[in-house]
Design a protein around this ligand. Structure first.
Ligand code: ATP
Ligand code: MG
Length: 391
């Protein structure tokens, strides 16, 4: 039976004059993300996008899975397409919704009749459909307040659609509607979650990763690329920048007070990230920091890090507990990769007793005791940038 997928959007429906811009961003995202799913047509009406597979090659399961990761979509319904004839609706739709009805105990019918010329009114459609369902699935009872399944009959301009329930979409607003952010992506649990959260609010994500070979291995870098790849299911293609950081770290180790090593390293990371961000027309930096999680994430340390920044630094995980971050990491499928035991440059040369209350003055004084400028320029010029594609 022919199927169509209805994607309902929530927040963007409220954006007034910008609505059509948001809608076209969603349509663009959908076209890009579903490009390997066969031919389909997208139409829009009443805060809903209709995605109609056009040939047998279309894998509707895969389409629904991909759509469930596109920000801006709040609900997804998979419907069968029928002629606008009540008899046909009653005879053909029941087989389509059979699985849902067999496992439910209670149901109700909802009718949406946007074609006011259809001979039956909504309450009549509900009554007829409800009767037919009870006859075919005698174990069911009607519950209009808290049903296990809601069967929806939609009478639209061209056709009628029937579905038994909707799944949650990814929520948020379309990627591309809020500017571009540079995510500092480590191999850990937190930074992929931070990137996901910013993309959910419409940011295009670039990722920057610092590596320190030979202290960090090729496999550690491949793990981070894998994380970026997993993130593309939600963020779309990600431009990835890999920065050689070894020389800067060794120089810091040899020339700066040990207890300030981590905070100085983080300031230099931010400096490089900003230079690349500026060249890429990126407006803000994003990290996976969470307040108080480790010594470099106390408020004092964050103040010292931010003092080295000329653009906003967003930390969407800042107020979250680790368990909450882990929950999202599992949901977006990055957790299992994040916990693979490869080293990160942040764990190279870490001091035994990092200072948890550094001041901007002492940190700036320590940093200016050595001229890092040539090393910064070299790291930027040797950075490798490439696109990690969503497939
Ligand atoms: P994560 O789980 O994201 O690695 P973390 O709890 O391990 O975070 P840190 O290692 O202190 O915390 O790093 C804090 C943040 O700094 C990370 O969330 C990330 O945004 C950034 N960061 C750390 N190491 C790197 C790296 N090698 N390359 C890019 N960014 C990094
Ligand atoms: Mg880390």
């Amino acid at each position: 039976m022919n199927e169509i997928i209805l994607c309902k959007y929530g927040e963007i429906a409220l954006k007034g004059l910008n609505k059509s811009t948001f809608e076209s961003m969603m349509v663009q995202s959908i076209k890009r993300r579903l490009r390997n799913c066969g031919q389909f047509r997208i139409t829009k009406a009443q805060s809903t996008l209709y995605i109609e597979p056009l040939n047998e090659d279309c894998d509707v399961d895969e389409m629904v899975d991909k759509l469930s990761k596109i920000f801006g979509i709040v609900k997804i319904c998979r419907c069968c397409i029928l002629e606008k004839d009540m008899n046909e609706i009653l005879t053909k739709s029941l087989g389509y919704i059979e699985d849902e009805m067999e496992t439910a105990r209670t149901f109700k019918v909802d009718a949406k009749r946007s074609d006011k010329k259809f001979p039956l009114k909504s309450p009549e459609i509900c009554r007829e459909m409800g009767g037919a369902i009870l006859e075919r699935f005698p174990h069911l009872k009607v519950d209009v307040h808290n049903p296990d399944v809601t069967v929806t009959v939609e009478i639209r301009e061209q056709k009628a659609y029937v579905h038994a329930g909707q799944i949650d979409g990814a929520g948020g607003i379309p990627v591309g509607s809020s500017g571009k952010a540079m995510l500092l992506l480590s191999g850990g649990i937190d930074s992929p979650v931070a990137g996901y959260m910013m993309a959910r609010r419409g940011a295009v994500i670039d990722a920057i990763h610092f590596e320190a070979p030979p202290y960090t291995s090729e496999r550690a870098k491949m793990k981070v690329e894998k994380l970026a790849k997993l993130m593309t299911a939600y963020c779309g293609d990600i431009k990835f920048h890999c920065v050689p950081f070894t020389e800067i770290q060794e120089t810091l180790r040899d020339n700066c007070p040990e207890e300030l090593f981590t905070i100085l390293m983080r300031r230099l990371m931010m400096e490089i990230a900003q230079r690349i961000a500026q060249a890429e027309d990126v407006q803000a930096l994003v990290t996976g920091e969470s307040l108080g999680q480790v010594a470099s994430q106390t408020m004092y340390a964050m103040v010292c890090t931010d003092a080295a920044c000329r653009m906003p630094v967003f930390r969407p995980c800042v107020g979250m507990d680790k368990s909450e971050i882990v929950e999202i990491a599992r949901k977006i499928n990055t957790f299992e990769t994040s916990i693979l035991p490869y080293e990160d440059c942040c764990t190279v040369f870490t001091p035994k007793h990092p200072k948890t209350r550094p001041t901007v003055e002492e940190v700036e004084a320590a940093q200016s005791s050595y001229d890092f400028e040539p090393l910064l320029q070299k790291a930027v010029s040797e950075t490798q940038s490439y696109i990690i594609k969503n497939d």
